[in-house]
Design a binder for this molecule. Structure first.
Ligand code: ADP
Length: 486
């Protein structure tokens, strides 16, 4: 029923504005981090392209907001099915752009397509309220309406899913979108644009502006400062998020931010240690540690510390296979770029200098120029950079603790609060700790929790607002209160 493409036919290299692929005057190169070869040259949009795209999105909003949820759902469902039909090619595209092991890229496409499917269903359930009235002669109700044109800026680590999670919700709510993908992964964004045409998304509802790192601040500024843009949704570093929040102040935009984390991963002595190791492996080392919910600070209670460390080392040696991420069976590819490796090396050198012990790994690897071995550090302390700054790479840092009280104080002693995890078989401890940890999402005896049904987001400096779930749709809607005299 749907067209099936090869990876190469997804290498669209123009901007996508008003339902058309368009050239702009300059291009910028996109590299494959494993081969270090150029995948292609992509349109390098500027601030004036952003102005044009916002105009187009504002025009499209006039009609898109009047479509019924069922009409929007039909498009989103087709779009989701098209992604599944083209799963292999879209996954290879992710791997080519960001070095994600291809099995994980397939997982990302399934996850990404599911946001469209779920938002298609949820679009129909954006209920308002009838409100019991305190006045005999007045009737009160509220409705939800799409917020307007939405600006989106997305990262390279989930180049497909971060787009569907944001744009799926906004489009389902009746909004239109101007999106700037990461300069490292524009092809995955443009591939979704290509499929949107076949899904029947009307022109102007989704506009994509790829641009280089150099052009990014100017494009971002236009999106944040435009009075025609009602909301901005961003996933990326905390530093960039703060810039966008400031830039959005003048137009009092709704700002949705998914920023960095410093996830605590706590193993209490009642835990099933083998199970904790299994989840720590998945949570720490998927995509080489380059997700914002990866375990960043692993705390293990004294009595099970040595057992946990030896089982973790054994699992790392057995399960992590470094090599070309496009080859099935390789679970460990390159990091996104050389800068990421330098950051990992800096954290490692700092930790070792301050007394940490390298149990395994510790040097550059064999999966391309920007590859680093999976590494396990013990004797980590609070002074070390790896416990204070997001690693976003393949170092697992372990610290021993004595009591629940001590570990909770340590876990919460940060301005980050995205994800957290703990392992315990003591039921009352599970309730206490789940309630006390200052994060937006918590895995209890579980290391992987993301799904379209559940609210994703952080507290403190890890973000504002939620994505996924009906809460994620609500973020793109305004509540209008109506008071009727009778
Ligand atoms: P990372 O260092 O992991 O790339 P960033 O926060 O820099 O994290 O990048 C996330 C996204 O934010 C990317 O799309 C990037 O281009 C964009 N970005 C970076 N700096 C700015 C900026 N000043 N204004 C708008 N977007 C930005």
């Amino acid at each position: 029923r749907y067209t099936s493409y090869k990876m190469e036919s997804f290498l669209c290299n123009q901007a996508f504005i008003n339902g058309k692929f368009q050239s702009v005057s300059e291009t910028f190169p996109v590299l494959n981090p494993f081969t270090d070869k150029k995948l292609g040259d992509v349109a390098n949009c500027t601030a004036s392209d952003a102005v044009q795209a916002i105009e187009v999105a504002a025009e499209a909003f006039k009609t898109w907001k009047k479509t019924t949820p069922k009409e929007r759902a039909t498009v989103l469902r087709k779009w989701s099915e098209l992604m599944i039909k083209n799963k292999q090619a879209l996954a290879e595209l992710i791997t080519a752009e960001n070095g994600k092991p291809v099995a994980e890229s397939i997982g990302e496409i399934n996850y990404a397509a599911y946001f469209f499917e779920w938002c298609a269903e949820e679009a129909k359930r954006t209920y308002g309220k009838t409100i019991p009235t305190p006045f005999p002669n007045k009737r009160l109700m509220s409705i939800k309406q799409p917020i307007g044109v939405t600006g989106m800026i997305t990262p390279w680590n989930f180049p497909s899913a971060m787009i569907t999670r944001k744009a799926g919700a906004a489009i389902a709510a009746g909004c239109t979108v101007v999106l700037k993908p990461s300069e490292d992964t524009p092809y995955s964004a443009l591939a979704l644009a290509k499929l949107s045409l076949e899904a029947g998304l009307p022109p102007g509802v989704l506009n994509i502006l790829p641009c280089s790192r150099e052009n990014t601040p100017a494009v971002g500024q236009v999106i944040c400062e435009s009075p025609k843009v009602a909301a901005i949704s961003f996933t990326g570093s905390t530093a960039t998020g703060k810039i966008l929040l400031k830039q959005s102040a003048n137009t009092v935009k709704k700002v949705l931010l998914e920023l960095g984390g410093l996830a605590p991963f706590i193993v209490f002595e009642s835990a099933d240690v083998e199970n904790a190791v299994k989840h720590a492996m998945a949570c720490k080392f998927r995509y080489m540690g380059q997700t914002c919910v990866c375990a960043n600070r692993i705390f293990v209670q004294e009595s099970v510390h040595d057992e946990f460390v030896s089982k973790f080392v054994a699992a790392m040696k057995k399960e992590l296979k470094m090599g070309d991420p496009m080859v099935n069976g390789n679970t460990f590819g390159p990091l996104i770029n050389e800068k990421a490796v330098l950051k990992v090396e800096d954290q490692l050198a700092d930790a070792v200098k301050l007394g940490a012990k390298i149990e395994v790994g510790g040097k550059r690897g064999q999966a391309g120029k920007s590859s680093f071995e999976p590494t396990l550090l013990t004797n980590v302390t609070s002074e070390m950079k790896c416990f204070n700054f997001e690693t976003f790479g393949p170092i697992a840092s372990i610290r021993k603790f004595k009591t629940e009280e001590e570990v909770l104080a340590l876990a919460n002693d940060t301005r980050s609060g995205l994800a957290g995890y703990f392992f315990s078989n003591d039921v009352s401890q599970c309730f206490r700790v789940a309630e006390e940890i200052e994060v937006g999402m918590i895995g209890i005896n579980e290391g992987i929790f993301s799904t379209a049904e559940a609210p994703f987001g952080g507290v403190k400096e890890s973000g504002l607002g939620r994505e996924g779930s009906s809460d994620g749709l609500d973020e793109f809607m305004e509540i209008k209160y109506m008071c009727w005299a009778v």
